[in-house]
Design a protein around this ligand. Sequence first.
Ligand SMILES: [Zn+2]
Ligand SMILES: [Zn+2]
Length: 273
Amino acid sequence: MKKQLNEIVLEGKSRAAEQTYFRLPQFQLGFDVGKGPSSLISCKDIFLSHLHADHCAGIRSILSERKLRQSSHPLRIYLPLYAKEKLDSILQLWQELDRREYDYQLIGVEHGKDFWIRPHLRVRAFSLYHRIPTFGYTLYQKKQTLPPLHRSKSQQELLQLQQEGVPNFQTHEVPLLSYFTDTTIQALEEYPHVFQSSILILECTFWEADHHKFAEKTGHIHLQDIAQRASSFQNDYLVLIHVSLRYSPKRVRALAKEILPPTLQKKLILWLE
Ligand SMILES: [Zn+2]
Ligand SMILES: [Zn+2]
């Protein structure tokens, strides 16, 4: 599936237990790798939420394919710190079997850490609540705007001010996107900043009313949890992902319509492939 959401192009696939990955082609950035589709080999940075297979099984495919296609830059893979050495050992063994050296760098993620992936792009990591250590991420972009005082000025006048050493632009950061999977709803209470992101990619694994117990048991979010907090979502888009394969797309659409208020439905994207 591929969508243009504001200025962001979002590509990816996501169903629970099958695979989850997303790519932002204009930033050469990925979140999770799923089964390792070829499209991800163009990424420079990939942030893994956690080490469950449906989110990371394809790492080796991507690294191997990048090598075959002689990709010009190493891939930076960000992952929960506890898993860094273990994954490196696994990749060392794969390289021995493959008799090829993969071009990658593993970077350990800890709660609250910031990663400047480009001069104008920062990714912040935060701990989620799941069965194994898991991280959510928010992508911030530095933007420059003219202060109100200068907005009516012509190009010529702005140039003049610049030559006189008067700064024309104000720099500020915009939260472009938050990636929030796999987790219980508790994390949403703790990180209200994600409600301010233009795009919130949020897991919603369980949907039927009597499946709430599964959500609690397995560390996931239920549709009711989202409905109860409907007024909190200030985002332009709410992208619901990681839907269990037990629900057909038709049933998911019907439940979204029945349970979520119209204000939320307007910004809702159901990512069901
Ligand atoms: Zn998962
Ligand atoms: Zn998981």
